[in-house]
Each structure stands twice: as structure tokens, then as C-alpha cells.
Design a protein. Structure first.
Length: 369
């Protein structure tokens, strides 16, 4: 497929309505592929709204939804930003016996939806196939965030590809138009945290995401342009490549970080704009803590590739250089269970969560090497 490059005049500092319309009128002729990985969730409302907006804008578009093995027996798979699903099949990531892998895993009823529920969600999502320009693909096996996104890229026909996780929501009536009014090889719209504060006040993920909201502003994101690429990212095929996501990462976390690293090395220009999706449904504390531990093990496995791209890794290696690791490992043995008890309770503490992550990583490092 040939690459379509559009020559546009330089964008002024203060973007006028006329300029936006000029860009819009050119970009609606460039096919847009909206790619949604889905796992154990309903995406009907999200896809219906995306399709409606595309039709309203008279865009040349397709929406491809790939169910990442919801009917399989894979124990994980939440696609919620910023990390997502994983596949627990990589034998290269061995777990030391001194760190029980299931120490904070939720019960099967919490970690995996019942078979009946999973079937009902898949059947519910089938209804989107009746929408014009929408494809719904059901995969037999859960392959994780990297592989399912690479699969979606192979299915896409468009020159501009928009990645959105299927378990997010949309309350922005100008979402598609905003993207069609913005040129650039990579455009990132961002995320806003929704949900009722009274309902979610005891939820660890909700509290953590709320505290991180300050770094999700356009100004903050643009100051670190190669971060925040987990979801709601529009990429021109010419810079994306055939397999943009590293499939060696088939456990939870950091595939988006490596994508950002590649973009930075290639000096790809990334533009961050105010065009968010809504994150308003949060997993229970046990599930989130288990996924966090999985991400920390992924971080250890790919520490060489991620060096300089993870603040936690930087802190851990600084502690090791100062020969302070034994002190932190002892702290893990003494305090990890009380901290976890707090994190799994009704009043989880974000500071305690950050401390636990550092202690867990250092303890895991000692036993894995």
C-alpha cells in the first residue's frame, strides 16, 4: 500500500478555525483505521459512538475490533490503560519459589469472569458487526497486548491508525473530528479519569490514577512526548511499521514504553492534544496489585531495554549502586504483608503502593539473579 503524504502550510501559533477546517478537508480523504483490542468487556457503546462520529464527519474509515481470546482460559487480560493484558506462557520469565506468584492474586471469580459472563459479553459485542464499516474478529487464544495490536495492524487498510482499548468510554462528541483536524505522524489524545468518587473511594487503581492526573495534562504530556502511548494514539502507517509492538513482551506491561523508545530513537515527532478517552471502570484491589507485580517482573526481564525509561528502575539501580539493597530487602520481608493488607483493604494508600512496588522489585531482583 502506497503512503499518502499531504503537504500542508505551516501551522500558525494560534490555530484558526479556518486552518483546522483546511486540515480536516484534506485528512478526511485519508483512510482512518480505528483498532480496538477487547478482552472480557463490552465495547458496544464505544464502537457505536465512534462509528456515529465517523459517519457524521463523512470520513473514509473502518473500525476493527479483535477479541483477544475472551473465551479462552487465560487468567488475565484487562486492556485498561496504561498497561493491559498479558499472556502467562513465557517460560523465560521464571518466578523464584521464594516469591509466591499467587501471593496476591484475586480469587478466580475476581480475576476471571465466569464462562457464562464471558460468552454473554462476546455475544453482546457481536451486534457491532451490523454497523457499516465495522469488523468484529473473535480470536481463540489470548495473546496479550503486543501481539493483538500487531494483528490489528495487519488487518487495517488505513494510512492513519487509531489505537483505543475496548474497555474505555467516550463522552467527547468531537473526538473523531479533533483527530481529523490534527496533522502529524503521531498524535496522542490522552485520558481522563471518570467514575463516581464515592463509589470508587476504596479502589486502589482509582486512587492511583487520580493522583497521576497531573501528568496527563496536555502541557505535561508534551514535555515528555514519548510517554503516555498506552492507548488513544493515532499513528501514520509510515512511522508505525509492520510489527510496532515487541511481542517478546507477552506478559503485563511496558510494550508502550518500548514503542515510545523506538519513536524517540527515530526522532518521530509526537503531538499531544486535548482529545481524551474516558477511563471509568476499575478492577478490584487484588487484581490490580497482582497485575502490578506482573508488570514489575516484566520490568526486570526487560531491564536492559528499559534502562532510562523507568523511574522505578532508575531508583532501584541507584539503590544497588549504593549497596543499600540488603536494607530494602529486609524491609520487604518485614513490611510487605502489612502494606499489602492495607492496599487490599478499603483505604488503600498510594504512597504505600509506591513503596511496595520498589520493595517488591528489589526483592524479586535478589531472587531472580
Amino acid at each position: 500500500m502506497s503512503t499518502i503524504l499531504i503537504s500542508l502550510p505551516l501551522e500558525p501559533d494560534s490555530v484558526s478555525i479556518a486552518y483546522k477546517e483546511y486540515v480536516f478537508n484534506h485528512l478526511i480523504a485519508v483512510m482512518l483505521s480505528i483498532l480496538l483490542p477487547v478482552y472480557n468487556c463490552s465495547c458496544v457503546a464505544l464502537v457505536t459512538e465512534l462509528q456515529r462520529q465517523c459517519v457524521e464527519c463523512k470520513a473514509d474509515f473502518e473500525i476493527i475490533v479483535a477479541d483477544d481470546g475472551s473465551l479462552s482460559s487465560a487468567p488475565y487480560g484487562s486492556l485498561s490503560a496504561p498497561y493491559g493484558s498479558l499472556s502467562a506462557t513465557d517460560s523465560s520469565l521464571s518466578i523464584p519459589s521464594s516469591i509466591p506468584l499467587n501471593s496476591s492474586l484475586p480469587s478466580p471469580s475476581a480475576a476471571v469472569r465466569s464462562c457464562t459472563t464471558r460468552h454473554s459479553l462476546v455475544e453482546e459485542n457481536r451486534s457491532i458487526s451490523s454497523l457499516p464499516h465495522v469488523r468484529y474478529i473473535i480470536r481463540d487464544k489470548n495473546v496479550g497486548r503486543s501481539a493483538i495490536r500487531n494483528f490489528l495492524v495487519t488487518q487495517a487498510k488505513g494510512e492513519r491508525l487509531l489505537f483505543i482499548d475496548g474497555d474505555l468510554a467516550l463522552d467527547n462528541p468531537s473526538f473523531i473530528r479533533n483527530y481529523l483536524q490534527t496533522e502529524g505522524p503521531v498524535v496522542v489524545g490522552g485520558i481522563v479519569i471518570g467514575g463516581n468518587s464515592d463509589q470508587w473511594k476504596g479502589n486502589l487503581r482509582y486512587r492511583y490514577e487520580r493522583q497521576c492526573e497531573a501528568i496527563n495534562t496536555v502541557e505535561s504530556r508534551q514535555s515528555h512526548p514519548y510517554q503516555h502511548l498506552a492507548t488513544n494514539i493515532l499513528v501514520h502507517r509510515s512511522v508505525l511499521g509492520e510489527q510496532p509492538y515487541d511481542e517478546k513482551i507477552n506478559h503485563y506491561g511496558y510494550e508502550d514504553v518500548l514503542l515510545g523508545k523506538r519513536f524517540q530513537q527515530q526522532q518521530v515527532v509526537i503531538k499531544h492534544i486535548e482529545n481524551p478517552v474516558l477511563f471509568c471502570d476499575f478492577e478490584d484491589n487484588a487484581s490490580y496489585l497482582a497485575k502490578t507485580e506482573e508488570a514489575l517482573r516484566t520490568l526486570f526481564t526487560f531491564r536492559n531495554e528499559l534502562r532510562g525509561y523507568s523511574r522505578l528502575l532508575d531508583k532501584a539501580e541507584r539503590i544497588e549502586r549504593l549497596h543499600l539493597s540488603p536494607l530494602f530487602i529486609t524491609a520487604y520481608k518485614l513490611f510487605s504483608e502489612p502494606i499489602k493488607k492495607c492496599l487490599l483493604g478499603n483505604k488503600p494508600n498510594v504512597f504505600g503502593f509506591n513503596v511496595y512496588k520498589l520493595l517488591y522489585y528489589l526483592h524479586y531482583t535478589k531472587n531472580a539473579i
